[in-house]
Ligand binder design. Structure first.
Ligand code: NAD
Length: 281
């Protein structure tokens, strides 16, 4: 596509804007917070310059990609874009409001996608008058590096919308995978119970922190132990997604570990707070 709008210039929105800009697409990067918009733009510039230093792009390509990103603080700038990818923080009411506004701003045939990790696409679609054109486009962090995009079909998502988004993900050099709209999709439905079970193993005294991570690294060939990974993702995010699985399926097998709840209550959120299962300087 020639032109897209990305809503939210945080960790994910910035990365998504970068890959679209690198693919030759003109990007309207829309953010409510001006300071964050500046930070998002400088991260994109820095990432592209690093790519140039490593010989993965020429200086001209970097300049051209940077020039394709048009910062904005108004959703009105999504007007005329055939595709909008929403990447604001994970709050269902805030996202539904953005979808409601995009629905009135955008052309009737525009596709509205969300990068949500855990919110129902069907719930977001029901805030619009175009549920057949609402879909999940779930990128992974860091976006320029990770190849997967989970393409999430809501209850009403049409085949045309699905095929257009799959084609677009491929054009970006990503591997799209079709999933249906159930809690956690596939990625978090597998990953979060694994992390939660590692926390239960620690809580129940089956093994110590280092031993649990060592088992996963050396025995299961995971690049990182589940407790290290939980610290990297953020324990609050892990608890939120476990709660979505628990409530969404109503199945006790997804019960968040009491130790996870306690650590989040104590503000031990992992790397971002300096302390989690490990301590960070
Ligand atoms: N961080 C990850 O590893 C990851 C991975 C996959 C998916 N996700 C999903 O991506 C989304 C964004 O996550 P993130 O980590 O980039 O969050 P983030 O907090 O880094 O960025 C969110 C940005 O959205 C902005 N924002 C909030 N409301 C807005 C609005 N109405 N209009 C425009 N901008 C608005 C905020 O100011 C903030 O800069 C979430 O839905 C999250 O679940 C995150």
């Amino acid at each position: 596509m020639d032109e897209v709008a990305i809503v939210g210039a945080g960790t994910m929105g910035g990365g998504i804007a970068q890959v679209f800009a690198q693919s030759g697409t003109s990007v309207h990067l829309i953010e409510v917070d001006r300071a964050q918009l500046e930070r998002g733009l400088s991260t994109i510039r820095l990432n592209l310059q690093r790519a140039a230093e490593k010989g993965r792009a020429s200086a001209e390509e970097v300049d051209a990609a940077v020039r394709r990103v048009h910062p904005s603080t108004s959703l009105e700038d999504a007007r005329g874009c055939p595709l909008v990818v929403e990447a604001i923080f994970e709050d269902v009411e805030a996202k539904r409001e953005v979808f409601r506004q995009l629905d009135s701003v955008c052309d009737p045939d525009a596709i509205l996608a969300s990068n949500t990790s855990s919110i129902s696409i069907t719930t977001l679609a029901s805030a619009t008058r175009r549920p057949t054109q609402v879909i999940g486009m779930h990128f992974f962090n860091p976006v320029p590096v990770m190849r997967l995009v989970e393409v999430v079909r809501g209850y009403d998502t049409s085949d045309e919308t699905f095929e257009a988004v799959v084609a677009e993900a491929r054009r970006l050099g990503k591997e799209p995978v079709e999933v249906r709209d159930f809690p956690g999709f596939v990625s978090n439905r597998i990953l979060m119970p694994l992390i939660n079970e590692a926390i239960f193993s620690l809580y129940e005294g089956v093994a110590g922190r280092d031993e649990i991570d060592q088992v996963a690294r050396l025995g299961l060939n995971h690049p990182m132990g589940p407790l290290q990974l939980a610290d990297l993702i953020g324990l609050d995010v892990c608890l939120h997604i476990m709660t979505v699985l628990h409530e969404g399926f109503g199945d006790p097998k997804y019960r968040p570990c009491p130790l996870l709840r306690q650590m989040v209550a104590a503000g031990r959120l992992g790397r971002k707070s300096g302390h989690g299962f490990y301590d960070y300087d």
